[in-house]
Design a protein around this ligand. Structure first.
Ligand code: DX5
Ligand code: ZN
Length: 227
């Protein structure tokens, strides 16, 4: 029996709905209490937006902040790396406490296979993200080695942008061939979240729709309630 790489690469499959608040919209001067609020609201994971000023025209946080966040929460931390040459930093983010590392297929090019291997060998869950205009094809050969696919529903770089409904077709198509976590990120609120879930997504990343509200717990419950 072959118990080689194929078995090891099998994605962790659970398509239960999960809410992943994006800290980008939180108050960075008071991160600890912002994290306490979303924990109390019952979210399943935290989404950490890492931007380098090259892959996207904005700069945010690095491993140092991830390490500080790791010290105050047990939530699953997903580092969404919107950076060039992500392989240079995968180990740093895992060492800092990231449980999952999501890289952009556009930033990996033909090195995607090696980058996925480096995430796995660092001990984290593998994630790959696609910009709205990027087709599914570059990731299709690797789906067995990807725990989470993050489909961007805005062009990455900034919070607070409008959801792009044209990405829903990509969500639908991916769900027919992929049993793992499908995350959507950008412009997710109660309405667009429902559309994404109907299309097959099971992880809703939301910044503004959570941290932009006074009642964060209620905001999370609204996202979760798909009626
Ligand atoms: C955008 C980031 C998103 C962003 C989502 O580049 O990847 O995670 O913070 O923010 P909202 O929910 O405000 O669109
Ligand atoms: Zn993100």
């Amino acid at each position: 029996m072959d118990v080689g790489l194929d078995t090891l690469w099998r994605p962790v499959v659970s398509t239960r709905l999960k809410i992943a608040p994006s800290l980008l919209a939180a108050d960075f001067a008071d991160l600890r209490s912002e994290i306490r609020k979303v924990e109390a609201g019952g979210c399943e994971m935290l989404h950490l937006d890492v931007m380098d000023g090259h892959f996207v025209p904005n700069i945010t946080i690095g491993p140092f902040i991830v390490e500080a966040i790791r010290k105050v929460t047990k939530l699953f931390l997903d580092a969404h790396l919107m950076i060039e040459q992500p392989e240079r930093y995968v180990a740093n983010f895992v060492k800092a406490g990231a449980d999952g590392v999501t890289v952009h297929a556009e930033a990996c090019g033909d090195r995607l296979s090696e980058v996925l291997a480096s995430i796995r060998s660092a001990g984290a869950r593998t994630g790959v993200s696609l910009k709205p205009a990027t087709p599914l094809e570059p990731i299709l050969p690797y789906l067995e080695r990807i725990d989470m696919v993050l489909l961007m529903t805005v062009n990455p770089g900034f919070g607070g942008q409008a959801f792009m409904p044209e990405v829903l077709d990509k969500v639908r198509r991916l769900r027919t061939v992929y049993p793992g976590d499908i995350q959507v990120d950008g412009g997710i609120n109660k309405t667009t979240g429902r559309q994404a879930v109907e299309a097959g997504a099971n992880v809703l990343v939301a910044g503004t729709a959570i941290f932009g509200k006074t009642d964060v717990k209620q905001a999370i419950e609204e996202l979760r309630c798909q009626k």
